[in-house]
Design a protein around this ligand. Structure first.
Ligand code: KIV
Ligand code: NA
Length: 278
């Protein structure tokens, strides 16, 4: 399968072909996502929650994202990978945003970066796209602003809010973004934004009208995800239970001395052992 390019994202929207995206943060997760045929991988700063065990995404650093994106790249060499710019690695002016995004692209080999925000960061998005760095936008619920929002609340309920989402999305499109994530918004808001744009919308908790969907790896396979009941997550497997049961069986085998068996061992040299200690 040939990896997506920025122009293919536009073409898929035009052709009405849904875009599938999943997060991945290391070699095995990225490898399995690529083997499963996902259209694109996101090395999201959600790794702060699901891999590093933080309560929010705010502590995630650029070095964290680079470390994980390099591993994901090795696992999925043929898949379009987007990496998040973490909290405060942008918004401090176009120059430092460019420097950080440039490092992220150069040191990891990902094809694009993602930033949270709308019209307020359009000038930084313009600077990135002018420098040849593909940008994915992200509007709706912005986890990097969680202390200001005050909780994981559904966005885009009132007409004024929906108008603001559309304006933000258009500002990002005009600034050169190739796609926009819509996080935790009403179906109506997602539909309105999706219709207002030429570039595709990728939804998470944003209903079926989006041009594509993204889910967090650990959520969709129940891999010790810290979030128990996100309504918008569909659980496709329960690997957490599988892994816990497997490790539990191993612990019981070791305690019962039923592991390792003869089939896991290397016979020989027992005479020498007997000579030395028998
Ligand atoms: O970090 C992440 O996983 C994301 C998705 C929720 C879109 O930004
Ligand atoms: Na993110």
């Amino acid at each position: 399968m040939q990896a997506l390019t920025v122009t293919k994202w536009l073409q898929m929207k035009k052709d009405g072909i849904p875009i599938s995206m999943v997060t991945a943060y290391d070699y095995p997760s990225a490898r399995l996502a690529e083997e499963a045929g996902v259209d694109a991988i996101l090395v999201g700063d959600s790794l702060g929650n699901v891999v590093l065990g933080y309560d929010t995404t705010l502590p995630v650093t650029l070095d964290d994202i680079i470390y994980h994106a390099r591993a994901a790249r090795r696992g999925a060499p043929d898949t379009f990978i987007v990496a998040d710019l973490p909290f405060m690695t942008y918004r401090l002016g176009a120059e430092s945003t460019l420097r950080n995004a440039g490092r992220l692209m150069q040191e990891t080999g990902v094809q694009a970066v993602k930033l949270e925000g709308g019209a307020d960061i359009a000038h930084e998005v313009s600077a990135l796209t002018a420098a040849g760095i593909p940008v994915m936008g992200h509007i709706g619920l912005l986890p990097q602003s969680i202390h200001q929002i005050g909780g994981y609340k559904v966005q885009g309920k009132l007409e004024a809010d929906i108008r603001r989402l559309i304006d933000d999305a258009k500002a990002l499109e005009e600034a050169g973004a190739f796609a926009i994530v819509l996080e935790l918004v009403t179906d109506g808001a997602a539909e309105a934004v999706t219709r207002a744009l030429k570039i595709p919308t990728i939804g998470i908790g944003a209903g079926a009208a989006c041009d594509g969907q993204v889910l967090v790896y650990h959520d969709m396979i129940r891999y010790a995800s810290p979030y128990r009941s996100k309504k918008f997550v569909k659980t496709y497997a329960d690997v957490g239970t599988t892994i816990r049961d497997a490790i539990g069986a191993y612990v019981r085998d070791v305690k019962a001395r039923t592991f390792p068996g003869a089939e896991h061992s290397f016979p020989g040299a027992s005479e020498i052992a007997a000579q030395l200690y028998g």
